[in-house]
Design a protein around this ligand. Structure first.
Ligand SMILES: N[C@@H](CCC(=O)N[C@@H](CS)C(=O)NCC(=O)O)C(=O)O
Length: 209
């Protein structure tokens, strides 16, 4: 498989973790977001959403949207499972994961922050903006997960952890106050001790600078 990715992209990071957890080898194809390569006409044909990740399967099928890619990976490579078997538990895991994917990430995306700057907001204001949404989203996430398991919902990492760890990477990048979220940073430490998460870290990517 081929994964269009950017080392600091949290949505790419999610997919890198899932591929590693499921033991699927892939060829990374770097897309430099800072240089604007996601808007180049060649890449727009691959992903009209003008973002990463994009996964091209061995059969040549192009998949976009990180959450759709994660669900596809779960359906086609069920082991190890990223979702529990019980439907209500699955819904709880998805709710926590989607809180990050749909309530935090989109309002903090590069293009959104860029637009805020175009509208006259200072760089400091945009950092406050990002930290505000991360703090709100992490508080919700922390309330939604189990209080006392090694990972967010059990003894093994799953979809919620896959979304959490990249978002915490971004939080550290922008200086979000993580002191109210010790449960989350403990889960992060447990995840990063796992080789699948470790190999997916931004700093371990070939395009890291
Ligand atoms: N909802 C999409 C978002 C994809 C996305 O926009 N990714 C970011 C990187 S984390 C990006 O490529 N941003 C480029 C931009 O904003 O110009 C997904 O989950 O795949």
């Amino acid at each position: 498989m081929k994964l269009y990715t950017y080392w600091r992209s949290t949505t790419s990071y999610r997919v890198r973790i899932a591929l590693n957890l499921k033991g699927i080898g892939y060829e990374p194809v770097p897309v430099n977001l800072v240089a604007g390569e996601q808007r180049a006409s060649d890449y727009a044909k691959v992903n009209p959403g003008l973002g990463v990740p994009t996964l091209v399967t061995d059969e040549g099928v192009t998949l976009t949207q990180s959450m759709a890619i994660l669900e596809w990976l779960e359906e086609t490579h069920p082991e190890p499972a990223l979702l529990p078997a019980d439907p209500a538990e699955r819904a709880h895991v998805r709710a926590a994961a989607l809180g990050i994917a749909t309530d935090i990430h989109p309002v903090n995306n590069l293009r959104v922050v860029g637009q805020l700057k175009t509208m006259g907001h200072s760089p400091d204001d945009t950092v406050d903006w990002m930290n505000h949404w991360m703090s709100e989203g992490f508080a919700a996430f922390q309330s939604l997960i189990r209080p006392d398991t090694p990972f967010a919902f059990g003894d093994a990492p799953g979809l919620a952890d896959i979304c959490l760890v990249p978002q915490l990477y971004n939080a550290r990048r922008w200086g979000t106050d993580l002191t109210p979220f010790t449960r989350l940073t403990e889960i992060e430490a447990a995840c990063l001790a796992h080789p699948a998460f470790d190999a997916a870290r931004p700093e371990a990517q070939p395009d890291a600078t």
